[in-house]
Ligand binder design. Structure first.
Ligand SMILES: [Cu+2]
Length: 362
């Protein structure tokens, strides 16, 4: 079908023809949909349910997450999160002035239930040098809360939202005029809005988040490194890492799981610039909730996680050994730090895999 837009044709008429053509082609708008209950409509009508009681959210530092939610009703969930500017190592012997939500990169993991009314209290530590705020992608509301949460050093702000859509969402600082710099300094994390019916039980859940960092000195240069704005604009990072530093989840900090168990990874990408080609070497993802949406796809090797996006991946670890996860844009893994390890404890299972580790295998 082609639509010609003749000169002089009124704009509204062209618009109507396009709208009708799109509706007809996609077949998504039908009168009958309005007769269905709200949740059966292609675009659901969402509203806040009745709220019962109030509680303070348990937050968790990466790579861990708060326990699954057992509640069968919506409640008022009070989230208290503090912004802390602090120097930490980005690699052995290399320090960086991070800006954090809760003292870690990524920030504290927040877990609420679909329908909860979230009372979000953001404080900014008194020794901070600049104001900060927060935009949670789980929020339905202007700026994701950003304008309502601009907080000066030593102050606190508060806003409220209804967690309408289930899913895993990125949150980040969004200070007007300086969003990129704040995110580049590590100001991001994940909030899980658990669906009303909960998530299927697994043996272990972990929290990973990729980020790209722009230091004045080259990769591995020692000492305190300054943020390099020009490199950030060019999207040319010195570091691409999981959980804020080279080796955050490697060697004796590897994620520990038991052979035969099921693993769920909540994987986010703070960016600020790069998309992640997330891959676990020697594993196939049994389930991937791509872009952290609701529908799972299966038997996936590598999943794409955009900057400011997330994915939930699940798999069973049938074979013991070390399984490295990477950004499969592979020079980021081998030269810039995008590498971590899942260590599966157990016994050899030769019906599934048999082979010796050679001298080059490390
Ligand atoms: Cu900030």
């Amino acid at each position: 079908m082609s639509i010609r837009t003749g000169a002089g044709r009124p704009g509204w008429m062209v618009g109507s023809i396009v709208a009708l053509a799109l509706a007809g082609a996609a077949g998504t708008i039908g009168f009958g949909d309005w007769m269905k209950p709200p949740e059966a409509r292609p675009v659901p009508v969402r509203g806040a349910p009745a709220i019962r009681g109030s509680m303070v959210a348990d937050l968790a530092a990466p790579p861990f997450v708060p326990a699954p939610i057992a509640r069968s009703y919506a409640t008022e969930m009070v989230v208290n999160l503090e912004v802390i500017e602090k120097e930490m190592e980005i690699a052995d012997g290399t320090r960086y002035g991070f800006w954090t939500f809760g003292g870690t990169v990524p920030g504290s993991f927040i877990r609420v239930r679909e329908g909860d009314r979230v009372v979000f209290n953001l404080s900014n530590a008194s020794d901070s040098e600049v104001p900060h705020n927060i935009d949670l992608h789980a929020v339905t509301g202007p700026g994701g809360g950003a304008a309502a949460s601009i907080t000066l050093p030593g102050q606190r702000s508060s806003f409220e939202f209804a967690a309408l859509n289930p899913g895993l969402y990125v949150y980040h600082c969004a200070m007007p005029g300086a969003v990129g710099t704040h995110i580049a300094n590590g100001m991001y994390g994940l909030i899980l809005v658990e669906p009303r019916e909960g998530l299927p039980r697994v043996d272990r859940e972990f929290y990973l988040m990729q980020g790209d960092f722009y230091t004045a000195g080259g990769f591995g240069e020692k000492g305190l490194q300054k943020f390099d704005f020009a490199k950030a604009v060019k999207e040319d990072p010195e570091y691409v890492v999981f959980n804020g530093r080279v080796g955050s989840l490697a060697a004796d900090r590897a994620l520990q799981v038991e052979q035969g168990g099921t693993v769920r990874l909540f994987v986010g990408n703070g960016g600020p610039n790069l998309s992640s080609s997330f891959h676990v070497i020697g594993e196939v993802f049994d389930n991937v909730y791509r872009e952290a949406g609701t529908v799972a796809t299966h038997n996936v090797q590598t999943t794409m996680i955009p900057a400011g996006g997330a994915a939930i991946v699940e798999f069973r670890v049938e074979v013991a050994g070390d399984f490295h996860f990477v950004d499969h844009a592979i020079f980021r893994a081998t030269q810039k730090g995008a590498l971590g390890t899942i260590r599966v404890a157990g016994a050899e299972e030769i019906s599934l895999f048999r082979g010796e580790s050679g001298p080059m295998d490390h």
